[in-house]
Design a protein around this ligand. Structure first.
Ligand SMILES: NC(=O)c1ccc[n+]([C@@H]2O[C@H](COP(=O)([O-])OP(=O)(O)OC[C@H]3O[C@@H](n4cnc5c(N)ncnc54)[C@H](O)[C@@H]3O)[C@@H](O)[C@H]2O)c1
Length: 260
């Protein structure tokens, strides 16, 4: 029996095999969870094709489009989850977005629309998703909501720019959600992975250098893997973490504790 046997939930943010969300899906499947996956529609349909192919490997019982910048799309997902299961144990929010041009300019030149969009997709989206799944989690007597942040929420990381305040907002939002739903035994936590090479991180200028420095300056002299992040997600979705909520847990090989 795995630590998630009998649990069912939805993972948002699988884009391809490198996605942190995909590692989470694989580990959750190994631990016995039943999964729903979502994909973002792109012009060439690549995400959908990837997610459908990957979904087969983890026996995903529901695969649904969800663009979190669109209220109707979020409501369609919630409707599909209600029709499919009617109850839910976990929601994994592993997605973020910033306009490329806002990552290339000085931080003070961030556009009004780019600032809003980064916050809307990367942070605000957790709220309507949580609102939608809370009734389904209450039916199970509790649940676990997880999202992914980055140390750029706390420190001024080179080239991370508008994503820094967006992640700070995500972390604060998680604490407020944790307070709201704590009495219902629903826990809300955030994992803060170190730098990992994925599609999203490739959009950050000089990311290879950021990774090199992160490895060199971490306590363990390396960066963490998708799999290590996923193992922490398993813990946070399982009963083993039943007393933990409102926390930001770093999975960064000790980069965040170092003074240099
Ligand atoms: N890779 C890293 O170094 C790193 C470090 C710390 C935190 N994170 C965080 O981990 C999470 C996952 O990122 P990743 O590195 O696995 O990259 P990824 O590109 O594999 O995943 C990002 C996902 O966000 C989805 N997405 C973007 N806009 C969306 C929208 N409007 N609606 C729905 N989905 C949308 C994309 O489809 C994609 O699947 C993000 O929150 C990211 O900020 C990544």
């Amino acid at each position: 029996m795995g630590s998630l046997t009998g649990k069912k939930g939805v993972i948002l943010g699988v884009g391809n095999q490198r996605s942190i969300a995909w590692a989470v899906a694989e580990h959750f499947h190994e631990q016995g969870a039943e999964l729903a996956l979502t994909y973002l529609t792109d012009p060439k349909g690549r995400f959908e094709a990837n997610v459908r192919k990957l979904g087969d490997k983890v026996n995903a019982s529901l695969i649904q489009e969800c663009d979190v910048s669109n209220d109707d799309s979020i409501q369609s997902l919630i409707g599909a989850l209600n029709d499919h299961w009617g109850e839910l144990d976990f929601l994994i929010h592993s997605l973020a977005f910033a306009d490329q041009k806002d990552l290339q300019v000085d931080f003070s030149s961030t556009s009004r629309s780019g600032y809003s969009k980064a916050h809307e997709i990367s942070a605000f989206s957790l709220l309507p998703l949580a609102e939608g799944v809370i009734p389904m989690m209450k039916k199970r007597g509790g649940g676990s909501i997880l999202s992914m942040s980055f140390i750029g929420s706390m420190l001024a990381v080179p080239h991370y720019h508008v994503m820094g305040p967006a992640k700070a907002s995500l972390e604060a939002s998680s604490r407020y959600l944790a307070k709201e739903v704590g009495p219902d035994n629903i826990r809300v936590n955030v994992i803060s992975p170190g730098a990992i090479r994925t599609l999203s991180s490739a959009g950050i200028k000089d990311f290879a250098e950021l990774m090199r420095v992160a490895g060199e300056h971490s306590a363990m002299k390396r960066t963490a893997t998708q799999s290590e992040v996923a193992q922490t997600a398993v813990f946070l979705a399982s009963e083993a973490s039943s007393g933990i909520t409102g926390q930001v847990i770093y999975v960064d090989c000790g980069y965040s504790i170092m003074a240099n």
